[in-house]
Design a protein around this ligand. Sequence first.
Ligand SMILES: Cc1cc2nc3c(=O)[nH]c(=O)nc-3n(C[C@H](O)[C@H](O)[C@H](O)COP(=O)(O)OP(=O)(O)OC[C@H]3O[C@@H](n4cnc5c(N)ncnc54)[C@H](O)[C@@H]3O)c2cc1C
Length: 295
Amino acid sequence: MRIDTLLAQKQPFLSLEFFPPKERTQWPGFFDVARQLKSLNPLFCSVTYGAGGSTQHNTLEIVTRMKQEYGLEPLAHLTCVGASATRIRSFLDGLSEGGVRNVLALRGDPPRGTDIFTPDSDEFQYGSDLVAFIHRTYPDLCIGVAGYPEKHPQAVSMEEDLRHLKAKVDAGAHFIITQLFFDNDFYFSFVERTRAVGITVPIVPGILPVQNVPALQRMLSFCGASVPADYLRDLEHAQARYGDSGVRGLGLGYAKAQIANLLDHGAPGVHLYTLNKADTCLEIWKEFSRRITGA
Ligand SMILES: Cc1cc2nc3c(=O)[nH]c(=O)nc-3n(C[C@H](O)[C@H](O)[C@H](O)COP(=O)(O)OP(=O)(O)OC[C@H]3O[C@@H](n4cnc5c(N)ncnc54)[C@H](O)[C@@H]3O)c2cc1C
């Protein structure tokens, strides 16, 4: 089913993001996590698209299996990295054949260690180019795009970033998923500013329950999100004193408080960055299952 249809029917909801495991030997464990998390009634499950090209065909296979074997509603990520019309068509044909109706259209990140994204083709330079192509050639697909409550790291200003976000929506995007954030005021202010520039599609907040500090630092180094100083200090203290288990407890409590506040103040639902781990998501579900509808 299309996610825009689901979004219109069921709020509030949880949705989940996964990444394709690098090795085939990790697939049974991956699908076991997906099976466990089906109990959360996720509205949809998104699967990332490997930046360097290594796991791209895995995205297609995983979303197809999620749909056909696990009855989950998948959202396949797709980027402009290495894109050509032929390659994008082949991916989208694969989605259609697998019964997958939803795609998250992204530009992709610059290679590690640089701030400059060099497009592989003139046709696909920005997320908006991919959205326009998909909308034109596969009008039955539902298209999501990324939004940045703290501004995209390469954008000159929030105003400019919002103009580019509006271009993605005007090109045919049906909903927005945000970059992770740790201060809900960024999300609320972002929603207000997007509405002010005429963007009316649903904006789903992306929440990361922190699992360990080195992984968090790696993500922060390229995603442009900030961590409140007190929270970061507590996380670092927990990591040094108790290791990952201490960080997980803290991250879970913080994420639960963020989610409660988001739902209290009208967020349509929450997209959880699962890091392919079931336990934290199951704990979150225990707390919010009464409030959340799901598919
Ligand atoms: C929810 C979510 C999921 C993600 N999943 C993946 C994934 O699966 N795989 C992956 O590799 N990456 C993923 N990313 C990361 C994403 O690829 C990067 O954040 C990337 O740097 C930007 O992608 P975008 O589609 O938002 O880019 P765009 O919307 O193209 O924007 C990129 C930058 O260019 C600017 N810009 C846009 N249009 C123009 C224009 N016409 N002229 C000048 N400047 C312009 C924007 O302001 C912004 O600074 C994800 C990000 C999010 C938030």
